[in-house]
Write a protein that binds this ligand. Sequence first.
Ligand SMILES: [Fe+2]
Length: 216
Amino acid sequence: MSSTSSPRVQEQPVARIQEQVERVIEDLLASLPKTDQLSAEQRRGIIARYTAVLEGNFIYWMTGAYIAAGSDEARAKIMDNLREEVRDCHPGMMRRFAIAAQAIPTDADAQAVYRNLMNVRLFIGQLSPVPIVVTMAFFEGFIQRFMPYLADLARRQGSADMEYTDVHGVCDITHTQELFRALDAEVALARPVPEKDMFEGVELLRKLIHNIVVDN
Ligand SMILES: [Fe+2]
């Protein structure tokens, strides 16, 4: 048994959560197919499925996190994100990115991610404070690291419009730290979360991302 005081005991779960989240991100990045081995149709498919998911859902997910979060720290952090999404019209930026890469989502692209996307939507609808903030921290961390890959696909599609990947690819260590501080505040407020629930959203989102990048 350790003799740590209670504030440190509260920090430990978040450090463990962050480690786990970073491991899932690393595994996903390692599983990405090599861009120079993809056909034009495979490149188009990845951008189109990513767009089909992000364009109309990211703000919904973040709004769910805002509604669910109980701590001032988490709500302030999420609101900053929502404000930027709306003010700078990120769905419009996403759409322009897909158009320029000749990868506008088709019915078949939307259908390909339908089930996994629905699972994430239903998870968000549960409005579970800690798991939802863990999920969004995971997603933000992943997106940041995924942007060079997405930009590479778009360039290979003949696109020069990199506004979306430039804006979302900024490696912001402060931002990540703030997210996990927000999670700390959220964990301190909430009842203990069973292990199987803690990473439910992360696992559903991991499956959805895998569906975007690997399934065709
Ligand atoms: Fe965005």
